[in-house]
Design a protein around this ligand. Structure first.
Ligand SMILES: Cc1cc2nc3c(=O)[nH]c(=O)nc-3n(C[C@H](O)[C@H](O)[C@H](O)COP(=O)(O)OP(=O)(O)OC[C@H]3O[C@@H](n4cnc5c(N)ncnc54)[C@H](O)[C@@H]3O)c2cc1C
Length: 285
């Protein structure tokens, strides 16, 4: 199989940084995906999958991997009774739309998370007291060795974490939802989106939360704000003056700029609070 080698990852990450992928493909069906994974193994290529790139930082010098983005059939969503069946590349927006059309609730918490079903599983993404682990019934995971369904226990969910590793591709996800009035769903979504707009830089290019919240009362954003880092800039990247756990691309940012800000933020949090902040964002090299 021949892969593309002209795809800049700045085009597939929400922060808009990152160099070329060594190889790139957009499998459209499970058969194509399995074939792609076997072909990558034959060519000695490591594989990483991207969703909307909304929690990703890719190296400026490029990524020495086959980067996959799931398309067509692997990015669709439909309901079957109270189960929402989503392709790994289906966006949360599409899933929410399908759920609401079928009067199914439980997915509203994801309304302001700009990712895909696969990215949500990998990250155990969450907001407003819920996360993927609360609604995933099972996930179809493809590797070069074969494809099979994994249960939530097998996915090893914990705070913003699953046990998935590159080379394991979430091809589909089944969400267990609950019957709910469509007006109630709309009202919940409206409320959550308004809360989000009031506190986060929703109109800027970011990659979501930079760091996981450390255990304890003080969140990462509050800690970095207390360190005086709001508005702190390196090159084209700036720590958001809206929410200090976000880095914005203020124009011409590079991944190196973001990493420099992250190193400074970790150093200041260590000095001021004795806390080692852990990256939430995934680094692709
Ligand atoms: C404005 C903004 C707000 C955000 N708010 C939140 C929030 O409230 N809560 C939250 O948890 N996150 C939040 N995020 C971060 C991000 O949206 C989530 O982590 C999201 O789930 C990532 O999904 P994605 O499809 O974009 O994954 P990507 O960012 O593309 O990838 C993230 C990881 O998942 C892996 N991956 C992606 N797709 C697959 C797949 N099909 N199979 C296997 N691995 C895969 C990637 O390899 C990578 O390791 C926010 C981001 C932004 C930009």
């Amino acid at each position: 199989m021949i892969f593309r080698n002209d795809v800049a990852l700045s085009r597939v990450t929400t922060i808009g940084t990152g160099g070329l992928a060594r190889a790139y493909a957009e499998p459209r069906t499970i058969v194509e995906l399995e074939h792609t994974l076997r072909s990558a193994r034959e060519q000695g290529l490591d594989v990483a999958t991207v969703g909307l790139g909304s929690n990703l930082l890719a190296a400026d010098a490029g990524v020495d991997m086959l980067v996959l983005r799931l398309a067509d059939e692997l990015a669709e969503a439909r309901t079957e009774g109270t189960v929402l069946v989503a392709g790994g590349g289906a966006t949360n927006a599409v899933c929410l739309h399908r759920a609401r059309a079928a009067a199914l609730g439980g997915f509203e918490f994801a309304c302001a998370i700009p990712g895909t079903a696969g990215g949500g599983v990998w990250m155990n993404a969450g907001a407003y007291g819920s996360d993927w682990s609360a609604i995933v019934k099972r996930a179809l995971v493809a590797t070069a060795d074969g494809t099979g369904w994994l249960t939530p226990a097998e996915l090893g969910f914990s705070y913003r974490h699953s046990i998935l590793r590159h080379g394991q591709v979430v091809a589909a996800v089944e969400y267990q939802l609950v019957p709910s009035g469509t007006d109630e769903i709309r009202a919940r979504v409206r409320d959550l989106v308004n809360r989000r707009k009031a506190t986060q830089p929703t109109t800027k290019r970011t990659f979501g939360s930079v760091f996981k919240n450390p255990p304890g009362e003080v969140g990462a954003g509050q800690m970095l704000e207390l360190c005086g880092l709001k508005g702190y800039r390196h090159g084209g990247a700036v720590i958001s003056s809206r929410h200090a756990n976000f880095i914005e691309n203020a124009g011409g940012a590079t991944t190196a700029d973001c990493l420099a800000l992250m190193a400074e933020a970790r150093r200041r949090a260590r000095e001021a609070f004795g806390v080692e902040l852990e990256h939430e964002v995934v680094l692709l090299r």
